[in-house]
Design a protein around this ligand. Structure first.
Ligand code: NDP
Length: 481
């Protein structure tokens, strides 16, 4: 009997109004249906928004440290259930258990980090303009926040949006990705078990074009935080502007890793493998382009090719596996289509290029050499384990090639030359810069967000920067006479 999960609206676990459901499939074993989830209708979502609105005044009045204490408890619950959360994540999204444990550990830390923000929701006292005046500012929550998230980090991304939303006094309507709804549900369970009052969080699963669109088009939502593809983000932005809804969008990337001639070959290979094939390349900060200086290019391509061929692909629950499947049949097809496109464009396929194994959406770690900067495989986000090697002359040439894309999320360099590293850090167009570290992987307390088409360029996420999106500032002039 397949488990039937429910939505959480207005303090109750409920089905969709019309009873419709969708299946959650294991990408490593396509015969396994992990559960079914409600396909929320637009009316379901409107009810969730109305409930969040009703719950808002009391939650906003709850002292911020007390709100934070609930997050603190939720962090402990996540820690206690870490193995279960991680296994659920691997089963529905495909990443290896090692990667899933890392992600759930991140979720635990995000809840812990933001729990303390309840004590730091401060304003300023400013100099008076007359002798009988006091001027100060205070932070207030925005109201109802719509949280729309992707499948590739189905635990950590919702956590880093929901935690600051709640601690700063907002209520939430949360619509997770349809390919990984169970990890999202577990987060909601942890928050409720930690004592979140009814109505403060509402959980609606279902298709983006219905449930997501109902959030984006609602005049009763005060802020929308979205992570996902550029195409959908743009659509949400255009819809939300009708109501002047505050918006935060984190979208795709085409992140470069530059390898200079003086780089440690072993380190450069390791960083390319982590950044390019980690989580099956389904990472917004993945190193999908490796820009290599001519002097080291031959050796580097041999080393990367060798590493790609030796990477064990399989079910993420198997301890030997180093790379899991693509999340879905559609993503697998996208990966294979881009591999064909790359071959058609004249790039040289040196590793992978095909499906791997049966029963799941497995694809081989793939490397193209001799990729030209304007090829589609060098410009468009594939979101799969496909690395394109672009050769460069000088550091300036490498930086120019790194910047020659529409995206600007993350960028890395491998070098021991301090001057080259700083030239790169100062000139690369990316919101996150890594020197001798993978382009993927970010710390909970550091502002995160892309440049150019990778974000709406409005508000950063994470760390203390999160307060800017989730609160508004009021300036108060008090004349005491
Ligand atoms: P999508 O853009 O397809 O979906 C993201 C979310 O939006 C899902 O919950 C989806 O629902 C929902 N959605 C889809 N259509 C609409 C709509 N018309 N209105 C409102 N909501 C909608 O992205 P993916 O889930 O495929 O995730 C992969 C993408 O996410 C990649 O492009 C990746 O780069 C990006 N990403 C960016 C990150 C960053 O921080 N910059 C981090 C991680 C990922 P449903 O699932 O039901 O379709």
């Amino acid at each position: 009997m397949v488990q039937e999960y429910r939505n959480y609206i207005g303090g109750e676990w409920v089905d969709a109004a019309d009873g419709a459901r969708f299946e959650n499939i294991n990408p490593a074993d396509n015969d396994e249906v992990l559960g079914t989830f409600p396909k929320a209708t637009a009316e379901d979502v409107q009810r969730a928004i109305a409930t969040a609105r009703e719950a808002f005044p009391a939650w906003a009045r709850t002292p911020a440290p007390r709100r934070g204490a609930i997050l603190d408890k939720a962090s402990e619950i996540v820690a206690a259930r870490l193995d279960e959360f991680a296994e659920t994540l691997t089963r529905e999204e495909g990443k290896t258990l090692f990667e899933a444990r890392g992600e759930v550990t991140r979720t635990r830390d995000v809840f812990k980090y933001h729990s303390g923000a309840g004590w730091r929701m401060t304003g300023d006292v400013l100099p008076p303009t007359s002798s009988d005046e006091m001027i100060y500012t205070q932070r207030e929550p925005l109201g109802v926040i719509g949280v729309i998230t992707p499948w590739n980090f189905p635990s950590a991304i919702p956590a880093w949006k929901i935690a600051p939303a709640l601690v700063y006094g907002n209520t939430v309507v949360f619509k997770p990705a349809s390919f990984a709804p169970h990890s999202a549900l577990l987060l909601v369970e942890a928050l409720l078990e930690a004592g979140l009052p009814p109505g403060v969080i509402n959980f609606v699963t279902g298709s983006g074009s219905v449930a997501g669109e109902a959030i984006a088009s609602s005049p009763d939502v005060d802020g929308i935080t979205f992570t996902g593809s550029h195409a959908v983000g743009k659509e949400i932005y255009q819809t939300a502007v009708d109501h002047m809804t505050r918006i935060q969008l984190e979208m795709g990337g085409k992140n470069p890793l530059i390898v200079l001639d003086d780089a440690d070959l072993e380190l450069a290979t390791k960083l390319a493998v982590i950044g390019g094939f980690g989580a099956t390349g389904q990472v917004c900060t993945a190193s999908s382009r490796v820009i290599v200086q001519q002097g080291i290019a031959g050796e580097f391509v041999d080393s990367l090719t060798n590493a790609a061929r030796n990477l064990v692909v399989g079910n993420g629950l198997d301890k030997r596996t180093r790379m899991g499947p693509a999340v879905s049949a559609a993503q697998l097809q996208t990966d294979l289509d881009y591999i064909k496109i790359g071959q058609g464009e004249g790039a040289k396929l040196v590793a992978g290029g095909d499906r791997a194994g049966d029963g799941g959406y497995f694809v081989q770690p793939t490397v193209f050499d001799d990729v030209a900067p304007q090829m589609r495989i060098a410009q468009e986000e594939i979101f799969g384990p496909v690395i394109g090697v672009i050769r460069a002359g000088s550091i300036d040439d490498a930086i120019e090639k790194a910047n020659d894309v529409g995206f600007g999320l993350s960028a890395g360099i491998v070098t021991n030359d301090l001057r080259a590293a700083l030239t790169f850090a100062n000139n690369v167009e990316a919101g996150v810069v890594k020197i001798n570290a993978p382009t993927s992987g970010i710390a909970v307390h550091v502002p995160f967000g892309g440049f150019k088409q990778s974000s709406a360029n409005t508000f950063k996420e994470q760390g203390e920067a999160a307060i800017e999106f989730y609160t508004r500032t009021k300036s108060i002039y008090l004349t005491h006479g």
